[in-house]
Ligand binder design. Structure first.
Ligand code: NAI
Length: 297
């Protein structure tokens, strides 16, 4: 029998960026009341407006009924303080990829949310065991790792740290399935499954670029056309965001005691330092500002 959370369970999403907004959309469409919080003033309200526009588009295209889109829109709300997350049965964290910041947030959430609230992290690469360490109830923290864009990508990794209560991982597995996703269990190893397997895809692409083998547009085209990948490594990193992708690479590299296989790239570090962090900033390996996706000179 499914142990999925009942649809009346309020779900909170903290972090209203690319991932948080996508996860909030998925939960609202599934039927949960959803509260969205961000520490950047106005960001949660802006994300809710963006999701509502997205739902309206889906209805126009016939991918959702107008009634379902309207009902999901009504279930979403932006909140301004963490105190307003009291009473939620599940909180999904999708904030910056930084261990100390995530730990601080969960310590705060533990004090606000009830003892039976499930705490979930959408971290791409940080140890779930480490995030949970120091919490009063470390067994209640589970990794719930969606992929970008969350409304479209089916896979969700359900990640258990050493302290994670197995039954809560099962509840999230069944909940993700009820939300129309394809969940898979993973242990909290560096990068979990997908981000570990994908590291060489980015790393070798970056090495080829640094060696001058070809430009990024050519390398992307080769992987799409000959490799049958949906996206080449450079356009994929631009979509993920170099801030996020670089943080994930550093986290996996650190976790393996600086194993050269996972060494971060200076080319990507330069992009992060310049603020050219990909689509969300208008510039990364490609320039999106004029609406045209073209390689930079
Ligand atoms: P993003 O940069 O688009 O959004 C992060 C949001 O969190 C921002 O709106 C920021 O204002 C907010 N934030 C930061 N610190 C906060 C705090 N202490 N309290 C409340 N809000 C805070 O980042 P994105 O891409 O949505 O990533 C978020 C998380 O999801 C990261 O842990 C990342 O590793 C993970 N992730 C990212 C994927 C991607 O492809 N971008 C895929 C899967 C997971």
């Amino acid at each position: 029998m499914s142990q999925a959370l009942s649809l009346s369970t309020p779900v909170a999403v903290v972090g209203a960026g690319a991932m948080g907004a996508g996860i909030a959309q998925v939960a609202a469409v599934a039927g949960h009341p959803v509260r969205l919080l961000d520490n950047r003033p106005g960001a949660a309200a802006q994300a809710v407006a963006g999701i509502r526009a997205q739902l309206a588009k889906l209805a126009d295209k016939g991918k959702l009924t107008p009634e379902a889109a309207q009902a999901a829109s009504v279930r979403l709300c932006a909140v301004a303080t963490s105190a307003e997350l009291a009473g939620c049965g599940l909180v999904v964290e999708a904030i910056v990829e930084n261990l100390e910041v995530k730990r601080g947030l969960f310590r705060e959430l533990e004090a606000i949310c009830g003892a039976d609230c499930i705490l979930a992290t959408n971290t791409s690469s940080i140890s779930v065991t480490s995030i949970a360490a120091g919490l009063q109830r470390p067994e209640r923290l589970v990794g719930l790792h969606f992929f970008n864009p969350a409304p479209l990508m089916a896979l969700v990794e359900i990640v258990s740290g050493l302290a994670t209560d197995r039954q809560l991982a099962e509840v999230l597995f069944d909940t993700a399935a009820a939300w129309g996703k394809t969940p898979v269990y993973a242990k909290s190893t560096p990068g979990f499954i997908v981000n570990r397997v994908a590291r060489p895809y980015y790393a070798e692409g970056l090495r080829l670029l640094q060696e001058g083998a070809a430009d990024c547009a050519t390398l992307d085209a080769v992987m799409r056309e000959a490799g049958a990948f949906r996206m080449g490594p450079f356009e994929l990193m631009d979509m993920i965001g170099h801030d996020v992708n670089f943080a994930v690479t550093k986290s996996v590299w650190n976790a393996f005691y600086n194993d050269p296989r996972f060494q971060p790239s200076l080319v990507q570090q330069e992009l992060v330092e310049a603020g050219f962090i990909g689509r969300k900033s208008g510039r990364g390996f490609y320039d999106y500002r004029a609406g045209a996706e073209r390689p930079q000179p």
